[in-house]
Design a protein around this ligand. Structure first.
Ligand SMILES: [Zn+2]
Ligand SMILES: [Zn+2]
Length: 136
């Protein structure tokens, strides 16, 4: 457990990972989140700026919620996000469906590779090489 200054109100609090906010500010932020969610339900075509101004929440914070896939926008919405990989228009999260698939494949491929090379390496050759070296 470490003590940090809350990013919201500046008070010291016991930080245990995650968002650097005290319990009070997290609760406040959660209230804001619910308000924004309701606002978007009632005003699905509102712009990011309007949502920000009407709910007194920063545009950055709204985008953060969307990146975390807690908020999402409709096809008709004026609010758009760009895929962090290719820049395509997306409605929630960080990547478009195409990049999600590609990134996922890359990831599982990278995990499989090291174990594959390990098992492919013949143990016998290694032993022989060592023997020859010792003979010389
Ligand atoms: Zn705080
Ligand atoms: Zn993409």
């Amino acid at each position: 457990m470490e003590v940090r200054n809350c990013k919201g109100c500046g008070r010291l609090f016991n930080y245990n990972g995650g968002t650097p906010l005290c319990a009070g500010c997290i609760a406040k932020l959660e209230d804001k989140f619910q308000a924004v969610k309701e606002f978007l339900r009632d005003n699905p075509n509102a712009s990011l700026k309007t949502v920000s101004e009407e709910n007194d929440v920063s545009v950055k914070q709204i985008k953060q919620w969307v990146r975390e896939e807690r908020l999402s926008f409709t096809e008709e919405s004026q609010i758009t996000l760009e895929c962090e990989n290719c820049g395509a228009k997306i409605l929630t999260g960080r990547f478009c469906e195409k990049c999600k698939t590609v990134l996922h494949n890359d990831l599982s491929g990278a995990i499989r590779k090291p174990s594959g090379t390990l098992t492919a390496k013949p143990k016998d050759n290694h032993g022989k090489d060592r023997m020859r070296y010792l003979d010389n």
